[in-house]
Write a protein that binds this ligand. Structure first.
Ligand SMILES: Cc1cc2nc3c(=O)[nH]c(=O)nc-3n(C[C@H](O)[C@H](O)[C@H](O)COP(=O)(O)OP(=O)(O)OC[C@H]3O[C@@H](n4cnc5c(N)ncnc54)[C@H](O)[C@@H]3O)c2cc1C
Length: 367
C-alpha cells in the first residue's frame, strides 16, 4: 500500500517536472530566447550571450558595466545607451526618462531592453575601463545613529583608479528572503588611497542594501562592487568653489577635500553641510582641523531641526537660507552639490538666483 502511494507521488512529481520543462522550452521558443550577439561600438567588442536577459545584466555578466544606481529597476535612468539595431522601441517604463531627441537617437534604458535577437549598441569608450572588484570589509564604523563608514580593502584587482567624486555600485547578498541588489555609493576616500575604498552609508528604513550593510555585513566579510562610475568631479582648476551637501552627500565632498589638501589646493572653498540636529553631524572634528590647517577652506554646518534651547552656536535653518545669507552673489563661483534630489533642486534655485550660470553647477542626486 505504502509503496503504491510512493510510486504514484513519484510519478506525479516526474510529470510535473516534465511539464515545467516543456513550458520553459515553449516559452523560450515563443519569445525567441536563443543565443544573441551584442555588437558594441561597431565591432570594438562582440559578445555572444543567451537571449532573455536584459541588456544591462547581459553586459555586466560580460564585464561591461553600465552605470545604474537603481540596480535595473528602471527608476534612475543612469543606464542610458544607444541601441542602434535590434532593441525594438522604448516601453512605458522608459519613456518618462527619455527626451524626444533621445528617442529619435535610439537612446534606451539598457535595463529595459530585453534581448530577443542580435543588437548593435554604442557606449562611451571610458565604460570599458569599469571593473568588478572583490574585497573585504576592513571596517564598519558608526558615524551617527543612522550612518556608517564602510571601508573595503581591495583583493582582486588590488588597486583602483578613480577621480574624487565618483561612485561604486555595491552588490548586496540575498538575506532574509530579500534579493541581491546593486546600489550606488560615492567613494569618500581620496584617489591616493588606491588599495581600498571608503563609503558613507546612511540607513534607509526597509531599504534592501542599507539594511544588509547595517544588519548583516560584518568586518572581514567578502564584498563585491563595480566601478568607478560617474561624471561628478572637480572641473575648473581656479574658480572659487561652493560645496553643498546633506547627510551621506558628505561622501564625495570628503573625498574631494582630502584630494585637494593632498594636492596643495589654492582654490577658496566654502562647504555648506545641512543636517537635522547635532546628532546627525559627523566628520566635524576633521573638517574643523582642515579649516585650521589651511587658508582656503571654510566649513559651515547648518541645523534645520535643532532644539532652540540647545548649546548649538552655529547656523540654524534650511541650508538654502544659510547659503543665501553667506553668499547672496554667486556669479563667480562654481558649485558642487550632493544629497537628496529635493535639497539639490532647492539649492540650484538659490545659487542660480544669486547669479551662478547653470553650467557652473555640478551635482550628484542620491535618488
Ligand atoms: C550616484 C549616487 C550616489 C549615491 N551615493 C550614496 C552614498 O554615498 N551614501 C548613501 O547612503 N547613499 C547613496 N546613494 C543612494 C543609494 O544608492 C541607495 O539608493 C540607498 O542607499 C537606498 O538603497 P536601499 O537598497 O537600502 O533601499 P531600497 O531597497 O532601494 O529602497 C529605498 C526606499 O524605497 C522604498 N522602496 C523600494 N522599492 C520600492 C517599491 N517598489 N515601491 C515603493 N517603495 C519602494 C523602500 O521602502 C525604501 O524606503 C547614492 C545614489 C546615487 C544615485
Amino acid at each position: 500500500m505504502l509503496s503504491g502511494i510512493l510510486i504514484s507521488v513519484a510519478f506525479l512529481v516526474a510529470c510535473g517536472l516534465a511539464l515545467a520543462g516543456l513550458l520553459l522550452l515553449a516559452e523560450r521558443r515563443i519569445l525567441n530566447f536563443g543565443p544573441c550577439t551584442i555588437d558594441i561600438n561597431n565591432g570594438k567588442k562582440v559578445l555572444q550571450v543567451d537571449g532573455g536577459n536584459n541588456l544591462l545584466a547581459a553586459l555586466a555578466e560580460n564585464d561591461i558595466f553600465i552605470p545604474s544606481a537603481c540596480g535595473g529597476r528602471g527608476t534612475c535612468a543612469y543606464c542610458k545607451l544607444k541601441v542602434l539595431d535590434g532593441g525594438g522601441t522604448a516601453g512605458p517604463i522608459e519613456t518618462p526618462y527619455l527626451t524626444q531627441e533621445e528617442i529619435k537617437d535610439k537612446v534606451r534604458l539598457s535595463c529595459q531592453v530585453r534581448l530577443r535577437n542580435d543588437v548593435r549598441i554604442r557606449i562611451p569608450n571610458h565604460l570599458f575601463d569599469i571593473k568588478r572588484f572583490r574585497g573585504r570589509v576592513e571596517h564598519k564604523r558608526s558615524l551617527t545613529h543612522d550612518t556608517v563608514e564602510l571601508r573595503i580593502a581591495l583583493e582582486e584587482p588590488s588597486q583602483i583608479s578613480f577621480q574624487a567624486g565618483q561612485y561604486i555600485q555595491l552588490e548586496s547578498e540575498p538575506y532574509r528572503g530579500r534579493e541581491a541588489v546593486m546600489r550606488a555609493y560615492s567613494i569618500s576616500s581620496p584617489p591616493s588611497q588606491n588599495n581600498a575604498v571608503e563609503t558613507v552609508i546612511r540607513l534607509v528604513p526597509d531599504g534592501i542594501c542599507t539594511t544588509w550593510v547595517f544588519e548583516v555585513l560584518k568586518e572581514n566579510d567578502p564584498v563585491t562592487f563595480s566601478g568607478p562610475y560617474g561624471e561628478f568631479h572637480l572641473s575648473d582648476p581656479d574658480r572659487p568653489c561652493l560645496f553643498v551637501a546633506g547627510g551621506s552627500g558628505m561622501a564625495p565632498i570628503w573625498s574631494m577635500l582630502r584630494d585637494m589638501r593632498e594636492n596643495n589646493n589654492r582654490r577658496p572653498v566654502s562647504y555648506f553641510f545641512g543636517a537635522l540636529t547635532q546628532a546627525d553631524l559627523f566628520y566635524v572634528d576633521d573638517l574643523r582641523q582642515l579649516e585650521r590647517d589651511t587658508d582656503w577652506f571654510r566649513f559651515i554646518p547648518a541645523l534645520s531641526n535643532e532644539p532652540p534651547e540647545s548649546d548649538w552656536e552655529g547656523e540654524r535653518g534650511l541650508i538654502t537660507d544659510v547659503i543665501t545669507r553667506h553668499r547672496p552673489e554667486t556669479a563667480g563661483d562654481e558649485a558642487y552639490l550632493c544629497g537628496s534630489p529635493g535639497m539639490i533642486d532647492a539649492a540650484v534655485r538659490v545659487l542660480t538666483a544669486g547669479g551662478m550660470p547653470e553650467n557652473q553647477v555640478f551635482y550628484d542626486k542620491f535618488a
